[in-house]
Design a protein around this ligand. Structure first.
Ligand code: 5GP
Length: 207
């Protein structure tokens, strides 16, 4: 069995990343989503352990000290980080793993793990992004503004990613991400076992 593939998935807050991921992962066992440890307060509707582990700053700083994180970043005043261990274990077990992380964290992972495949999701336009962020009603106007400013910076760094998908419709964005995963699974390196098995099978033939 070959190792699972590591994917980095980023896009500005409000780009629809979560919706796309939810649909992409729904009912599928071969791809796991990394659960980040974060210090931001829980939003209404969020569930502990589903996408995030909500922890204290003290606990986060302890994890940093113990070198338990693959990467971390401070985003609008809060820590966000990817615990190393589950990611490594899943990849070893053959699962593909998606890190849904911001651009700064992504750039760090690209350096540490050049084998990772990176995907950036773009909103169709800045005004759509603004509408989505304000319409969500989970953040005050100041936070929305900070998130929009970060979005502009993040979009300027999209050129560092392997693939860019546009979230015009969720359906198409999910198909596009799925196509990237599928194409990667068919790379010859991932098919070496199959080639070997067929060769073994051929040897047993009485030609
Ligand atoms: P939100 O507060 O909207 O859930 O997330 C804010 C930003 O933090 C998003 O861009 C999200 O992708 C990013 N993020 C989530 N988890 C992590 C993580 O573990 N590391 C980093 N660097 N960014 C993360």
């Amino acid at each position: 069995m070959s190792k699972g593939q590591l994917y980095i998935f980023s896009g500005p807050s409000g780009s629809g990343k979560d919706t796309v991921l939810k649909q992409l992962l729904s009912g599928r066992e071969d791809v796991k989503l990394s659960i980040s440890s974060i210090t931001r307060p829980m939003r209404v509707g969020e569930v502990e352990g589903e996408k995030y582990n909500f922890i204290s700053r003290e606990k986060f700083e302890q994890m940093l000290k113990n070198d338990e994180l693959l990467e971390h970043n401070v985003y609008v005043g809060n820590y966000y980080g990817t615990p190393k261990k589950p990611v490594e274990q899943w990849c070893e077990q053959g699962y593909d793993v998606i890190l849904e992380i911001d651009v700064n964290g992504a750039l760090k992972v690209m350096e540490k793990r050049p084998d990772a495949i990176s995907v950036f999701i773009m909103p169709p336009s800045m005004s759509v992004l603004h509408q989505r962020l304000s319409g969500r009603g989970t953040e005050d106007e100041e936070t929305v503004k900070s998130r929009l400013k970060i979005a502009v910076e993040e979009i300027s760094k999209a050129v560092n990613y392997d693939y860019i998908i546009v979230n015009d419709t969720v359906e198409q964005a999910v198909k596009d991400f799925d196509a990237i995963i599928r194409a990667n699974a068919l790379l010859k390196d991932k098919m070496e076992n199959l080639i070997y098995e067929v060769e073994q099978d051929a040897e047993s033939f009485n030609w």
